[in-house]
Design a protein around this ligand. Sequence first.
Ligand SMILES: NC(=O)c1ccc[n+]([C@@H]2O[C@H](COP(=O)([O-])OP(=O)(O)OC[C@H]3O[C@@H](n4cnc5c(N)ncnc54)[C@H](O)[C@@H]3O)[C@@H](O)[C@H]2O)c1
Ligand SMILES: NC(=O)c1ccc[n+]([C@@H]2O[C@H](COP(=O)([O-])OP(=O)(O)OC[C@H]3O[C@@H](n4cnc5c(N)ncnc54)[C@H](O)[C@@H]3O)[C@@H](O)[C@H]2O)c1
Lengths: 204, 204
Amino acid sequence: SIPEATVPRLSRYLRKLQEMQERGKKTVSSRQLAEAVGANPAQIRKDLSYFGEFGTRGVGYDVKTLVEELRQQLGLNRSWNVIIIGSGKLGTALALYRGFEKQGFNLVGMFDSNPDVVGTDRGAAPVLSSDRLEQFIADNDIQIAMVTTPADAAQDVIDRVVAAGVPAVLNFAPIGATADQPVILRQVDLSTELMTLSFYLDKS
Amino acid sequence: SIPEATVPRLSRYLRKLQEMQERGKKTVSSRQLAEAVGANPAQIRKDLSYFGEFGTRGVGYDVKTLVEELRQQLGLNRSWNVIIIGSGKLGTALALYRGFEKQGFNLVGMFDSNPDVVGTDRGAAPVLSSDRLEQFIADNDIQIAMVTTPADAAQDVIDRVVAAGVPAVLNFAPIGATADQPVILRQVDLSTELMTLSFYLDKS
Ligand SMILES: NC(=O)c1ccc[n+]([C@@H]2O[C@H](COP(=O)([O-])OP(=O)(O)OC[C@H]3O[C@@H](n4cnc5c(N)ncnc54)[C@H](O)[C@@H]3O)[C@@H](O)[C@H]2O)c1
Ligand SMILES: NC(=O)c1ccc[n+]([C@@H]2O[C@H](COP(=O)([O-])OP(=O)(O)OC[C@H]3O[C@@H](n4cnc5c(N)ncnc54)[C@H](O)[C@@H]3O)[C@@H](O)[C@H]2O)c1
């Protein structure tokens, strides 16, 4: 099975390879790719080895083949339906961002518990009441829920979308969120990012 | 030296320990803390061992002592000055978020290159022109720059703030940003987060 740390690296390799492809580059060595992403060549060879044999010794990797393989592995050859729960500052910034659609992540609904927010347009269709969450999930094929509610509401929202059948959650609320297997749960914690900076600042 | 993956975990331990402290819990075992954060007890003992001997066999850790130690290690006993470059959707959401100030991260300035944005209030003092970036950094003691510009402007902005003496950068633009040692550079890549979800969705 594939180490958890490998997967985020694949999308960094893909981004650089797509940039090379746009510039007309046909082949790339693991050393060149390593320099472009700021990784080491052995790590790249190991990460890619989980998916098959791609490079030819002395020639390197075929850029087009590798782009197609990574897109396939990252599930980018299909589109995924996304909902956002919590249509405040962060939820709205995410809804208005056009970068996700380009990769096949389609925002199909936004929810909020505040009656003043419900019905407003925050980037997708009008915001729906979070009371309608279960019905909306039952009526639509939702794969990803982004949770941008306050911390005290987040675990309850996660439990609700998981119980309603959403298989993957990206949580932005600063809690140690949990969800039972096989739900795919990832946490973006911006406070932790800042604390990681201050950890190293403190030591330097 | 401390493994890079350990540092973000420390802030997760701290968050749970502070919650326990608020509930009046005096001691905690590595097993109880592991359950609370969704980690394993051996990982916790190993992570904490980099900073000294804290627990007593059979009794566990003293919650208050551990909270103070982790706050110290994470550099949270002082405040840090933060600037945001790129005052669009994401930059504004970050500026309006009050959670960072509570941990000692003070937003002291916002910048943008668009004349229509300059002078507006996006959460901190009025947005300044990015032409004034170097002068502002020279006049103030800035430790952290958050970069929320479009991808094609981000590396140039990072190079400018680093040359002006800012020691740490948190980049949100989806590029493989680089900065010379000893600059502390971390990347938040929301597209990578979604692609990591789709990787696992594709496999399930
Ligand atoms: N804004 C940021 O840059 C930022 C940074 C770090 C972390 N966060 C985290 O992201 C989350 C959102 O932050 P924000 O700044 O957008 O907050 P916000 O207050 O602007 O938005 C939260 C929204 O969630 C809604 N809400 C509350 N309970 C709900 C529920 N049960 N169901 C549905 N909607 C509900 C509120 O009505 C509000 O519109 C918070 O947990 C915050 O800690 C935000
Ligand atoms: N909004 C999101 O949720 C989201 C999600 C993922 C990634 N991102 C990334 O975050 C960054 C910001 O996204 P956004 O949605 O806020 O974009 P945005 O267009 O709303 O904001 C970008 C701001 O940067 C300013 N700018 C451009 N060049 C600049 C320069 N050289 N110096 C200073 N300011 C400059 C623009 O005038 C604009 O106000 C982008 O790189 C985007 O890819 C955003």
